[in-house]
Design a protein around this ligand. Structure first.
Ligand code: GAL
Length: 760
C-alpha cells in the first residue's frame, strides 16, 4: 500500500476538469430491437438463418416484462450489425473489439457469424464447439457480458453485416438479456484503466477523520499509460474543498496499485471524492466520483429505551421466544406485567420463553431499568393462527456467503448480532440460505453436509443468544445452487426443521420448473401448499417465506398457501439499477401486504457482500443505502441483512440501528406504503402508521441534488402537521399546505408527519 504523494498541485483546478470523458470511440449502439424466439436449436446461430418471422424484443429488459410470462428454459436472440473498419483507424487503442451485452439471466452462449465467441461472461478465444452443458452450475445472471476479440479475429466481418446470436437459458424466475450497456466498441482507455473502491470500506477515526483505500488497475497486458491522478474531496452542501492532491501515475501493463487517502471531515456531513486519471498522450480521462459516508443516526443514550416489535403472534402450544430489545447503559434489568400463563421472563437478558396454550390477545407492559431510570412500553401478544405480525428483522447468509455458508459463519453472525448491539434494536433471525444440504438418506432423512456438523446444536446455540434460526430449501429435486431440494420429502424435511429448532423457512422454486414447465396458476401454488401442510403438522412456528420471484402475482395468493412473506421480484444486487428497479416497482402489490403476509422485495445489500466466498464493500453509494433502508422500511418489507457482520463499519451500523426508521418498518398497522407522486425526477411514498401519523419518503431518482416541493394534498392530508426527520430524529416544525426540501442524488428524506395536537 502506498500513500498518495502530492505532485504538481499547481495548475490543476479540479472543479474545472470536464465531468465527461471524451466522446466514446466509435461506439455502435445495439440496444435497439433484437429478434427473439423461445426454444433451442443450434442452427439458429448460423448467420444465414432466416429470423424474419421471429418476434422483436428489447434486450434491456427480461423477457417476462415483454409478454413471455413464466417462460423458463431456452430462448434465442439475434441481431444484425455492420462493423465498420474505420473504428480501428479512429481508436486510441487499436487491438481489440468488445461486444457488450448487458447481463443475461441465467446462462448464455454468444455466437458471432455462427462461431462461438463467449459463454457465461467468458470470451472464447479460438474456434471451439459449443459446450452442451453450459447452463449447469451456479447462475450467472449478475455477470456483466463483455466479449473481447482481437481486431484481427477472423470471426469479425469488418465492413460487412455481422450476426450476433445469443442462446440464453433461464433456470427459473426472470430470464434473458437485461441491463446495459449493449454496444460494440474498440477497447478504450477506460476499459483498461479502472478505479475500484469496493475492496475496502471507509474507516472512521474519531468524529472527523475518514480514510479510504482505493485501487487503480491497468488491466491491459500490453499497454502502458502515463498520466496524472488528481483526487479532490468536496462537501456536497456548500462545495467547500476538504482535500486535494495530484500525483504522477505511470500505469505499467497489468499493474494493480492501492492508495489511501485521509480526509478531515465531520462524520455527519455529506461529501464526495473525485478521482481523475488524465493520460498524457491522448489527453483522455478516466473519472470516478465516490460519495463519502455520513452518519445521521444519533447514538443511543444512557437512559433505557425499548425498541423492536410491539405486537407478536404465536400459535397455541408452539415454543415462544421473544427477546426484549432495549438500549441504555448496562446493566439493564427487564420485567413484564401481565404475561400470560406459561411464559417466563429472564430478568437479566430480557428473553421471554415458554408456551401459551390458550388462544387470545394478551396485553403486557414491558419494563427496562438501569441506574439512570426506567422505560416502559405496551406489548401485545396475539396467540392465534397468524404469526410474523411485523416483518422479520434478521440476517441471511446468501448475499454475503453464497454457497460457502457454514456452521461457523452462522454462529459468528449470531455472535455479531449481540456484540454489535443489533439485537438491542429488534434484529432477530439468523438465516442459513442455500448450501447447507447433503442428501436424503435411504430413510428419507435430509442430512446436512459436512459444513454443518450438528444442526440441532447450532440452533440451540443461536437460541441461547435470544435469536432465531432460519433455513432454506426448494420444492424441486435441486435447489438453485444445485443442492438437494425437498421434492417428495416435504413432510420429513419439515419434521427435521422442527426438531432442529428452525424458526424460518425460505422455500425457493428452482428446479421445480423441470416438474412444471410453463406452470399454470394451480401448478404455481401446488408445491407451496404441500410444504404448508407439512409445516402445519409440526408444533413450532416457522415463518414461511416463499421465494418464487413473484410468479403468477404471488402477492394475490401467497396467503392461501399460508405464506408469511413472498418474494415479489428476482434477486437483488448491489447496484442502483437493481435497487431502484426493484424498490420502486412495489406499488402494485402494496394492497396485498398485511400483518403476517408481507411482500418481500429481497434482502439488503449494504456492508460487505459478495455471494461468497470473496467479498466486496457494497457498490451502492451512501445515499443509495439510505434510500434502500428507508424504502424497504416504508414497504413493510422483511429486512434481512446480507453482509458479513464481523466487518460492520460505523456507517452500516448507523443504517441498521435507527430505531425510528425500524419503528416504521415494524409499525403494528402493517400497511405498506403507496406511491403518492411520481415524476421523472422524484417519487413520494406515503405509509399510514398505527397512531394516525404518516411516514413519508421523498426519493431523488436523479444523479444531482434536487429540491422537492411537496403539497400536503399530494399526500392525501390537510391541516397542520408536525414534521420530524426520521434519520436525524429531529423535529422540523409545523407544516401546512406545502413544504420544500433538498434531496441528495439517489437519496431520500424520510419524514414522519404527526397531526398537530396528537400525542407521540
Ligand atoms: C435464488 C434466490 C436467492 C438464493 C438462491 C440460493 O433463487 O432468489 O435469494 O436463495 O436462490 O441458491
Amino acid at each position: 500500500m502506498k500513500s498518495l504523494k502530492i505532485g504538481l498541485v499547481a495548475a490543476v483546478v479540479l472543479s474545472m476538469l470536464s465531468c465527461q470523458r471524451t466522446a466514446p470511440v466509435n461506439k455502435i449502439d445495439i440496444s435497439g430491437l433484437w429478434k427473439f424466439h423461445s426454444g433451442d436449436d443450434v442452427a439458429w446461430s448460423v448467420a444465414s438463418f432466416d429470423d424474419s418471422k421471429w418476434e422483436s424484443i428489447k434486450p434491456t429488459d427480461v423477457w417476462e416484462h415483454q409478454g413471455y410470462k413464466n417462460l423458463d428454459g431456452f430462448a434465442w436472440y439475434r441481431f444484425k450489425v455492420v462493423i465498420p473498419h474505420s473504428m480501428i483507424d479512429n481508436a486510441f487503442i487499436k487491438d481489440s473489439l468488445q461486444i457488450k451485452l448487458g447481463k443475461i439471466d441465467d446462462y448464455d452462449q454468444v455466437f458471432l457469424n455462427g462461431e462461438l465467441i463467449g459463454e457465461n461472461g467468458k470470451t472464447i478465444a479460438g474456434k471451439t464447439n459449443p459446450r452442451p452443458d453450459f447452463f449447469k452450475g451456479p447462475s450467472q445472471w449478475y455477470t456483466p457480458r463483455r466479449y473481447t476479440l482481437t481486431a484481427n479475429d477472423p470471426r469479425i466481418l469488418w465492413d460487412k453485416e455481422n450476426v450476433i446470436a445469443v442462446r440464453a437459458y433461464d433456470s427459473g424466475g426472470a430470464g434473458g438479456m437485461f441491463s446495459s450497456p449493449f454496444e460494440i466498441s474498440m477497447i478504450d482507455l477506460s476499459d483498461h484503466v479502472m478505479f475500484d473502491f469496493s475492496q475496502s470500506g471507509f474507516n472512521f477515526s474519531g468524529d472527523t477523520m475518514i480514510s479510504k483505500q482505493f485501487e487503480v488497475y491497468n488491466i491491459s497486458s500490453r499497454e502502458e499509460f502515463r498520466g496524472t491522478l488528481a483526487v479532490a474531496a468536496n462537501r456536497c452542501d456548500n462545495g467547500l474543498e476538504l482535500f486535494k492532491q495530484e500525483t504522477v501515475l505511470n500505469l505499467a501493463p497489468g499493474i494493480h496499485t492501492k492508495y489511501t487517502v485521509n480526509i478531515k471531515k465531520d462524520n455527519a456531513v455529506p461529501a464526495s471524492i473525485t478521482f481523475v486519471f488524465r493520460e498524457y498522450s491522448s489527453g483522455k480521462e478516466v473519472k470516478a466520483v465516490l460519495e463519502m459516508p455520513y452518519i445521521l443516526t444519533p447514538a443511543p443514550g444512557k437512559a433505557p429505551r425499548i425498541n423492536g416489535a410491539r405486537v407478536f403472534g404465536v400459535r397455541p402450544r408452539s415454543p415462544f421466544l421473544y427477546t426484549i430489545a432495549a438500549t441504555g447503559e448496562p446493566p439493564l434489568t427487564y420485567s413484564a406485567e401481565g404475561l400470560p400463563e406459561g411464559l417466563h421472563l429472564h430478568a437479566g437478558n430480557g428473553m421471554i420463553t415458554g408456551v401459551i396454550s390458550k388462544k387470545g390477545e394478551y396485553k403486557v407492559k414491558l419494563k427496562v431499568t438501569n441506574a439512570t431510570g426506567c422505560a416502559e412500553r405496551d406489548f401485545t401478544i396475539q396467540c392465534g393462527e397468524l404469526i410474523s405480525l411485523t416483518p422479520p428483522l434478521g440476517w441471511n447468509s446468501w448475499n454475503v456467503w453464497g454457497l460457502s455458508v457454514s456452521d461457523k459463519k452462522v454462529r459468528l453472525a449470531g455472535d455479531a448480532f449481540v456484540a454489535s448491539g443489533l439485537i438491542s434494536h429488534g434484529w432477530t433471525y439468523i438465516n442459513i440460505d442455500d448450501g447447507w444440504e447433503d442428501i436424503h438418506d435411504k430413510n428419507g432423512n435430509i442430512l446436512p453436509n459436512s459444513k454443518f456438523p450438528n444442526m440441532k446444536e447450532m440452533c440451540s446455540y443461536i437460541h441461547s443468544l435470544g435469536l432465531k434460526v432460519g433455513i432454506y430449501s426448494s420444492p424441486g429435486p435441486r435447489t438453485c445452487g444445485g443442492y438437494e431440494g425437498s421434492y417428495t420429502f416435504e413432510e420429513k424435511d419439515a419434521q427435521h426443521y422442527a426438531e432442529w429448532g428452525i424458526d424460518y423457512l425460505k422455500y425457493d422454486w428452482c428446479s421445480y420448473g423441470g416438474i412444471a414447465p410453463n406452470p399454470t396458476d394451480r401448478q404455481l401454488k401446488f408445491p407451496y401448499q404441500e410444504m404448508k401442510k407439512s409445516l402445519r403438522k409440526v408444533t413450532r412456528d416457522i415463518h414461511y417465506s416463499l421465494c418464487q420471484y413473484g410468479m403468477g402475482d404471488v402477492w394475490k395468493w401467497g396467503h392461501e398457501v399460508d405464506g408469511n412473506s413472498w418474494r415479489t421480484t428476482g434477486d437483488i444486487e448491489d447496484s442502483w439499477e437493481s435497487l431502484s428497479g426493484i424498490g420502486f416497482s412495489q406499488d402494485s402489490c402494496s394492497l396485498y401486504s398485511a400483518p403476517g403476509r408481507w411482500n418481500d422485495p429481497d434482502m439488503l445489500v449494504v456492508g460487505w457482500v459478495g455471494w461468497g466466498p470473496n467479498l466486496h464493500y457494497t457498490r451502492l453509494s451512501p445515499n443509495e443505502q439510505y434510500t434502500h433502508i428507508s424504502l424497504w422500511s416504508l414497504l413493510a418489507a422483511p429486512l434481512l441483512i446480507g453482509c458479513d457482520l464481523t466487518q460492520l463499519d460505523a456507517f452500516t451500523l448507523n443504517l441498521l440501528t435507527n430505531d425510528e426508521v425500524l419503528a416504521i418498518n415494524q409499525d403494528p398497522l402493517g400497511k405498506q406504503a403507496r406511491r403518492a407522486l411520481k415524476t421523472d425526477e422524484y417519487q413520494i411514498w406515503v405509509r399510514d402508521l398505527e397512531d394516525g401519523s404518516k411516514a413519508i419518503g421523498l426519493f431523488n431518482l436523479t444523479g444531482n441534488p434536487l429540491p422537492v416541493d411537496v403539497r400536503l394534498e399530494d399526500l392525501g392530508i390537510k391541516g397542520k402537521w408536525m414534521m420530524r426527520d426520521v434519520w436525524t430524529q429531529k423535529d422540523l416544525g409545523l407544516v401546512q399546505t406545502h413544504f420544500s426540501m433538498k434531496v441528495l442524488p439517489h437519496g431520500v428524506r424520510l419524514l414522519v408527519l404527526r397531526k398537530e395536537g396528537t400525542k407521540k
